[in-house]
Write a protein that binds this ligand. Structure first.
Ligand code: PEP
Length: 248
């Protein structure tokens, strides 16, 4: 399986940027083994449907845990699915922090995605205080196991985990490849011991750019990257994808 690059635009971007990224990166997936997924604000996901001759794949940035109802402002998994969206970020640290998403809510959203055949990208990661207190692995393992304890075993292989240390997101201070490797290895080990034979793919996220991507990808348990800021410039993002795909 080739590497996975997931771009998280957060609440950024424009129709023009979408066109530019599709043009720059769209055909890259045809010539490399990398899968490139764009996690876009919901309105752009509807537009993305129009790009039917691209290898790019699409992700929601969030989803409601219920199927439908009086939840103004929310987006359901069924709506994402109807738009041809195959992936969804779940439990991004910004949602945990600003929208009070708990581990249990992250589990509920993960299950909603799995029911609809949407592949959840479950984000986990410690904050600076937790890392300084030596609790990084404990926090990540709690976040991960809440999910793995509550999903149907048969669907667990659809989950991708993104290790995103909160202190590295948007700060320009990425985790070292060795730090990422240590956590990724622990995540995979915990997943295997929880569900026999489960081989989760684990992405690293936090200030990844075209200059540091290659060193991170050299680590044996880094299966791809989740990219915020560096995905908002089409040419730079292409360079990053090329580094990850090993095509340069
Ligand atoms: C993110 O939004 O998940 C992220 C990793 O952001 P950045 O690359 O900007 O640190």
């Amino acid at each position: 399986m080739g590497p996975l690059v997931v771009a998280n635009w957060k609440m950024n971007g424009s129709e023009q940027l979408l066109q530019a990224v599709v043009q720059e990166v769209g055909e890259l997936a045809e010539t490399t083994s990398a899968t490139v997924v764009l996690a876009l604000p919901a309105p752009y996901l509807a537009l993305a449907r129009g790009f039917d001759n691209t290898q790019l794949e699409w992700a929601g940035q969030n989803v409601h845990w219920l199927k439908s109802g009086a939840y103004t402002g929310e987006v359901s998994a069924e709506m994402l699915s109807e738009m041809g969206v195959g992936w969804c970020l779940v439990g991004h640290s910004e949602r945990r922090q600003y929208c009070s998403e708990t581990d249990e809510l992250v589990l509920a959203k993960t299950n909603t995605c799995l029911e609809l055949g949407i592949r959840p990208i479950v984000c986990v990661g410690e904050n600076l205080r937790e890392r300084q207190a030596g609790k990084a692995l404990e926090v990540v393992s709690r976040q991960l196991l809440t999910v793995l304890n509550g999903v149907p075993t048969a669907l667990a292989p659809l989950i991708v985990v993104a290790y995103e240390p909160v202190w590295a997101i948007g700060t320009g201070e990425e985790a070292s490849p060795e730090t990422a490797q240590e956590v990724h290895e622990a995540v995979k080990r915990a997943a295997r011991s929880k569900i026999d034979g489960l081989e989760l793919r684990v992405l690293y996220g936090g200030s990844v750019n075209a200059d540091n991507a290659k060193a991170l990808m050299r680590m044996p348990d880094v299966d791809g990257v989740l990219v915020g800021g560096a995905s908002l410039q089409a040419h730079g993002f292409r360079r990053l994808c090329e580094q990850v795909a090993g095509s340069v």
